[in-house]
Design a protein around this ligand. Sequence first.
Ligand SMILES: *Cc1c(COP(=O)(O)O)cnc(C)c1O
Ligand SMILES: [Zn+2]
Length: 450
Amino acid sequence: MSTNETSAHDKFSSFLRCIEEGCEAQYSIDQRLYSCPECGGLLDVAYDFESSVSADELKALFKSRKTSDLDIDRSGVWRFRELLPFVADTSQAITLAEGNTPIYAAPRSADYAGLASLRFKHQGMNPTGSFKDDGMATGVTQARVLRATAVACASTGNTSASMAAYAARARMRAFVFVPAGQVAFGKLAQALEYGASVIEIEGSFDDAMRIVRELAEETDLYLLNSINPFRLEGQKTIVIEMMEQLGWRAPDWIVVPGGNLGNSSAFGKALHEMARLNLLDLRPRLAIIQASGAAPFYELFVSTDRTALKPYASAATLATAIRIGNPISWKKALRAIDWTRGIVERVTEQEIADAKAVIGSDGIGCEPASAATLAGIRRLVAAGEIRSDDTVVAVLTGNLLKDPDYTIGYHTGSLTLDEGGTRTVIEASFANRPLRVAASKDAIKRLLNL
Ligand SMILES: *Cc1c(COP(=O)(O)O)cnc(C)c1O
Ligand SMILES: [Zn+2]
């Protein structure tokens, strides 16, 4: 099976464009830029979608690729390449068969939230266990197009795990900068296994981030933190694929956890572009959920002055993937909220922990950050923002197995958050404790009432 390669790139021109109103400077797609040289603003990968391909033709093309023999067609990112046509030569595309993630109905979770029905799109089912893979497929591909020989990021988590894997596929060197001693073992293990050089900085995450950004300016290292707009291109496909799985009938709500706000930004851009290409019947609203200990975007959303985000000096949440006090993509996420009549909510540690266990009771495992979605939906239903018969798809961002310590801690009643000298004990409201018993059949019968 072959595919219609003429549909990508040659029909649409691609360029970089500053998102700042009044600047909107444009740059060539081949320039190695992470922010606007004119004003320092964030950059979009932008396209002239003057398409001669109809929406129906696009849908048929996407579908036909699922049965193609080509790796690039079977990728849940590159299958949708007409909407990310920045790669002229698709033989350059890097893939680990990312995307193609399932959508699950979740009746117990729906009940818990007060919804008639609820579905989860599970990005934790990606090759390295998080949605970062969708973005690294495109980010590492652009690194290759630009002939970078090495990629770098500052991260303590899923970004480094994913970048390491994709760099390995592209036979590039990978440098992961982490604050010494602050790395979750599950995620560090992945970066090591995939062969990245892990550099432990004697300092904070912010030190690591600043140093890697400076290094990227002065050396050949290609920066793959989410300020890199090519990562967001891949993450757009999460929404495109979701729409395809829903038979191209848009849900009323798409719900996503917000940390650095790259994913929220990508979803907004996807919906905006899909509308331009007539791939949306109605506009879903975006709901972004933050942890209350790391909720600067929520505070911006509810404030009357949305021109400047006030960063948190120290962010506190056990959902480490969204433990971000100064989200880099907040202006893009605000734009996504504007485009989609979106909404931002925040939830407590207890709400996140309980929601995670409820999702588990549907047979679906996820990271703590992912469970913020259900906790947020529950709040928004109670507040009357989401109606009980609305169609809702929440995006689970990461795999349960990334963070087993959290899950064990919850179910054994030993989960605590220590911050600024105070300790918050998480109550194990839905605990499923292991039972300890003597190695005797009779004792077990008595214990289990068998
Ligand atoms: C990165 C990540 C997030 C946060 O996504 P942003 O794009 O930074 O908002 C949430 N959950 C998981 C599991 C992640 O890896
Ligand atoms: Zn600019």
